[in-house]
Design a protein around this ligand. Structure first.
Ligand code: XUL
Length: 549
């Protein structure tokens, strides 16, 4: 504990972090008193259950043909509700110094010319949702799960000189869920509504605009998920903007750093809930916010999320771009960069193997315990569903020297394949990974994390943070407040709250790490063979088996 602040010095400050994710809106409030910081409020509103009137399933409206939409009016409704919960929580509202947020990336909200005035004159006696409806030039928002813009991706890439050119400027080749291709499709399929659009926000800048009562800027972290922003300049890239849709430049928000104070909580919030004129800090995407929430503010420390999909991400000092075109580079909220690679065969692939043998999680762990590192040269390529990394459109499972009826060997094979794929496809970040923070459902399985530690040769901490994106947003609010007041706290101090606690890490075993160092290039050869791009890896696997015993 620190000594109490001398009288006359300011009281403890509160920082609010919101996370508008696909399925819910979460608020975390941290209290900062001197160098002590702790979470004092943590609440989530799942969209489907709290707002059934919008008809979402897992936060998504019914759609077909690869399209995926959600409702900006529902997000506004949720914001109204969560702000009321904060106001009613008994917290000292006058102590709220700043508020920021995190949002699902890539989703876009289309506002008409009435929005600027309407945002500034919201009526505190009326719900927010009903006042947002007339501001929209498009009632729905396409979100990151949309995969319907393949044609637009090709068109945009061709217009700017190819995928490589697009990736080297914006950090990613054209991806269907990215906002540029989504905007192009909207402009092509509904030109009248596109013409009536005055401002296109991402979910992040839309939510910040609702808080500040004016059009908010967009941060480079979320801006880099659009295929429109030049990563190094942190400005719109004119070639991509031109290639995407006519008249687009005038419809995009300004880009400003993540610690920008975009305004204060507007009179709507002050009158409606008795909130103070707290600083509203630019929002960012959920992945950039998680980077902060997990405490990844130096190179070499990465997070691996073992969820529906598996994701590996970490900070990068330089904007290196993945030459294979599967990884993304985003801006980081620290002003640096972050690399992110996403694998769609995460939990689903693990469950397919588990279900094939009727295994419980305990059986699964035992299978890992009773099989050796390297699996005696038995390899699985686990593309049970279409894969993002490497790009595989038709699901296909490949086995090398692996008997499909051997339960334990298949369990080890799927876990080793996933970890080796992550190690292999994060090499483009050119970062020596020494610490991994494991999050997501499967991070509860110690044996899986041991394979992770052994493959990467890195210490693995199980992350104890329940919503790293919301926490990251609250920490960003704190950082931005100290910056605005002229004495920015270092990120390492800010993220100390997110560091792993006393729990000891899972450490790599040097011998097993040696086995994986040898197996990794052979796994790469298996992947190449499965993609039809390389020779049969069986001789290399035979050799590996003889040497590794
Ligand atoms: C990242 C991505 C997802 C969303 C989820 O590129 O599409 O992680 O941000 O909210």
């Amino acid at each position: 504990m620190n000594p109490p602040a001398p009288s006359g010095l300011r009281r403890a400050r509160l920082y609010v972090g919101l996370d508008s994710s696909t399925q819910s809106l979460t608020a975390i409030v941290i209290e900062v008193d001197g160098a002590d910081a702790r979470v004092v409020f943590d609440e989530s509103l799942p969209f489907d259950d709290t707002f059934p009137q919008y008809g979402t399933a897992h936060g998504v409206l019914p759609a077909s043909g690869g399209e995926a939409f959600s409702s900006p009016v529902m997000w506004a409704d949720a914001l109204d509700t969560i702000m009321r919960r904060i106001a009613d929580s008994g917290l000292d509202l006058g102590s709220i110094a700043a508020i920021s947020g995190s949002a699902q990336q890539h989703g876009s909200v289309y506002l008409n010319a009435s929005a600027a005035t309407a945002l500034a004159h919201l009526d505190p006696a009326r719900p927010l949702a009903t006042q947002v409806t007339p501001m929209l030039s498009r009632p729905v928002a396409p979100i990151w799960m949309d995969s319907s813009t393949g044609t637009q991706c090709v068109e945009i890439a061709e217009a700017v000189g190819g995928q490589q050119a697009l990736a080297s400027h914006t950090g990613s080749r054209a991806f269907e869920r990215f906002t540029g291709p989504q905007i192009r499709k909207f402009a092509q399929t509904d030109p009248a509504a596109y013409a009536a659009t005055d401002r296109i926000h991402l979910v992040s800048s839309f939510m910040a605009s609702l808080l500040a009562g004016k059009h908010a800027s967009l941060d480079p972290g979320d801006g880099s998920g659009m295929n429109l922003m030049d990563l190094k300049d942190r400005l719109w890239w004119p070639d991509a903007v031109k290639a995407t849709a006519s008249g687009l430049a005038a419809k995009l928000p300004a880009i400003a750093e993540a610690w920008t104070v975009v305004g204060v909580l507007s009179p709507f919030w002050q009158t409606r809930f008795g909130l103070a004129a707290a600083k509203v800090i630019a929002w960012s995407g959920d992945n950039p916010c998680s980077l902060i929430g997990v405490g990844l503010v130096r190179e070499g420390r990465v997070a691996i999320s073992l969820g529906t999909s598996d994701t590996v991400f970490g900070l990068m000092k330089e904007p290196r771009v993945d030459p294979s075109g599967t990884g993304h580079v985003f801006g980081a909220p620290t002003g640096d960069y972050m690399g992110l690679t996403c694998f769609s065969n995460g939990a689903l692939a693990r469950e397919r193997v588990q279900d094939a043998f009727g295994f419980t999680w305990t059986d699964f762990s035992r299978a890992l315990d009773t099989t050796p590192a390297g699996n005696q040269g038995r390899v699985l390529i686990p593309w049970f569903v279409p894969e993002i990394t490497p790009a595989v459109t038709k699901p296909a499972v490949h086995r090398y020297r692996l008997n499909p009826d051997d339960p334990a060997a298949n369990v080890r094979a799927v876990v080793e394949a996933q970890q080796m794929a992550m190690a292999l496809h994060s090499q483009w970040m050119e970062v020596t990974i020494d610490v991994i923070h494991a999050t997501g459902g499967a991070a509860a399985n110690r044996e899986i994390l041991q394979v992770m530690a052994d493959v990467f040769g890195a210490e693995v901490y199980r992350s104890t943070v329940s919503n790293s994106a919301a926490l990251g947003a609250a920490l960003r609010a704190w950082h931005a407040d100290t910056t605005a007041e002229g004495s920015p706290l270092p990120w390492s101090d800010i993220t100390a709250l997110a560091q792993p606690g006393v729990a000891s890490p899972i450490v790599p075993n040097p011998k097993r790490h040696g086995v994986y160092r040898e197996l990794l290039p052979i796994y790469e050869a298996c992947e190449a063979h499965a993609l039809g791009r390389g020779p049969d890896p069986s001789p290399a696997l035979e050799r590996f088996t003889r040497v590794s015993g």
